[in-house]
Design a protein around this ligand. Structure first.
Ligand SMILES: *Cc1c(COP(=O)(O)O)cnc(C)c1O
Length: 475
């Protein structure tokens, strides 16, 4: 294409003023703010301009690219991309219950209602209603945390990484913290115990070896500069074979002998012993407190099944010093989180209630029979789609996720789907593009939809989505 031809084409791009006169564009202005429509038009025209600049031959540009019929869908798309939310609900069909990339724990109905209620208007967030004076943000959850855990004092911050940072900074800045080499974990998303320790101002004193650490290792490393003995739950991995670790009880005894506090980062803390539901034994929060830990930290949105939060429990004297650390202000928890956290914690007053009300616990303890029924239901809903794909009910394994119980086998029921004409990757990608997106995984060249993490009220949407995606890729 010659330079002259190109300039001619560029001149044909409609002017914004002309476009605004068109009835179709006026219609857009009635349903969206002017700023958004103008930006949508500007972006749409820029795409057209780039198409002209990129065209090699005049034949590549058809006359109708300048027509409103062609441009309108472009404008509509560019308008939608400005106003439709980027953070959206998604359907988790992966079977990973505490899926960090998909928002970890979904909240229960009660917690959601409280969150809306508290944040719609004003609240007594930091106001003591009985005295009419300033109150404490933590007051709302401290009492119930103490009742559930048996601890002397407690507080909550933004997340567990913050809880660990704050506790280390308060107790051990400029001094040494003794940790086993077998517990220097990386959680993912760049949370590494040694790095957090460095940022807190504490000095890491690693002891033992990767697979074996003995009490004498801690003992030998303890000296004048020691401020804290730290035990970290190896959330997302296990060292198996020839191993040896020092129990929390033993560390507490050692701490007592040397007048040193002991901290336990539990990672995914839980108040319920899940081994009574056929899951592996995880140390509970109550056990860590009972063992005598001075500080215990854990997440709000892992096994606890609440909102993102970091919970700090322990001896009153220590917790009181953590509360007044100025860093605390930078990590403080917001009212939406507090509302959801308090409601989640209230569910724990009764174990049965917690399992029923808290989606994460509900999913983790779902019976195989229940999952099989759900799989059968979904398969029935998809009956008419069997021409476009091979759909079967299969037994699979779900995962706990969130760096909890990494070796746990969670037998589940799933649907495996093999599209008849297109590659399975196309189906997986198409499902991600739906609204709401459906996130699934591929195994053995088949798409796997794990029923454990698909909520009962999502079955219809999943069936419709799969049908739509299959039609699209088989076209
Ligand atoms: C997950 C985890 C953390 C970080 O908790 P967040 O709530 O993600 O900030 C810290 N320590 C351990 C052992 C963990 O498993």
């Amino acid at each position: 294409m010659s330079q002259r031809e190109r300039s001619e084409y560029l001149r044909k791009i409609p002017k914004v003023d002309e476009l605004l006169a068109a009835e179709e564009v006026q219609r857009l202005l009635r349903s969206h703010p002017k700023e958004v429509v103008l930006e949508g038009i500007r972006r749409g025209l820029e795409i057209l301009r780039q198409d002209i600049l990129g065209a090699e031959r005049t034949e590549d540009l058809r006359e109708e690219v300048f027509s409103l019929n062609h441009l309108l869908p472009l404008f509509e798309r560019e308008i939608a991309s400005q106003v439709s939310p980027h953070l959206r609900r998604a359907i988790n069909a992966t079977g990973v219950v505490i899926h960090t990339n998909l928002g970890r724990s979904p909240l229960g109905e009660r917690a959601l209602r409280r969150l809306v209620e508290v944040s719609r208007g004003y609240s007594n967030l930091e106001y003591d209603l009985s005295k009419g004076v300033r109150g404490s943000r933590y007051g709302h959850v401290e009492e119930i945390l103490l009742r559930l855990s048996g601890a002397e004092a407690g507080m909550v911050v933004n997340n567990n990484a913050g809880a660990v940072l704050l506790a280390l900074n308060t107790v051990a800045a400029g001094k040494e913290v003794v940790v086993s080499r077998g517990e220097l974990v990386e959680i993912g998303g760049a949370f590494r115990i040694p790095d957090v320790m460095a940022r807190s101002g504490a000095i890491l004193k690693e002891v033992g070896t990767t697979n074996r650490t003995h009490l004498r290792d801690y003992e030998e490393a303890t000296g004048e500069d020691t401020a804290l003995l730290l035990k970290v739950h190896t959330s997302n991995y296990r060292v198996v074979g020839f191993t040896s670790e020092v129990t929390l009880e033993e560390l507490v005894q050692l701490g007592e002998r040397h007048g040193l506090p002991v901290m336990n980062d539990l990672g995914s803390g839980c108040f319920i012993d899940l081994s009574s539901y056929g899951l592996e034994k995880e140390p509970t929060v109550q056990e860590a407190i009972k063992a005598g830990a001075d500080v215990v930290t854990f997440s709000g949105d892992k096994l606890l099944g609440g909102p993102q939060a970091g919970i700090i429990l322990g001896k009153k004297e220590l917790i009181d010093t953590i509360k007044v650390n100025p860093l605390n202000r930078a990590l403080r928890i917001d009212k939406l989180t507090l509302a959801a956290l308090e409601t989640t914690l209230v569910s724990y007053l009764s174990e049965g209630e917690a399992i029923k009300e808290i989606p994460t616990l509900h999913m983790l303890t779902a019976s195989l029979e229940h999952l099989r029924k759900k799989a059968r239901h979904l398969k029935r809903l998809l009956k008419r789609e069997t021409e476009g794909a091979q759909i079967n009910m299969i037994q699979e394994n779900s995962q706990v996720g969130g760096g909890a119980l990494p070796l746990q086998d969670l037998p589940t029921w799933a649907l495996s789907i093999k599209p008849s004409k297109a590659p399975v990757g196309a189906l997986e990608a198409e499902l991600r593009n739906l609204d709401p997106p459906i996130i699934a995984r591929i195994a053995n060249d088949q798409l796997i939809l794990d029923l454990r993490t698909i909520q009962d009220d999502e079955l219809k949407v999943v069936a419709q989505g799969v049908a739509q995606a299959l039609r699209k890729i088989n076209d």
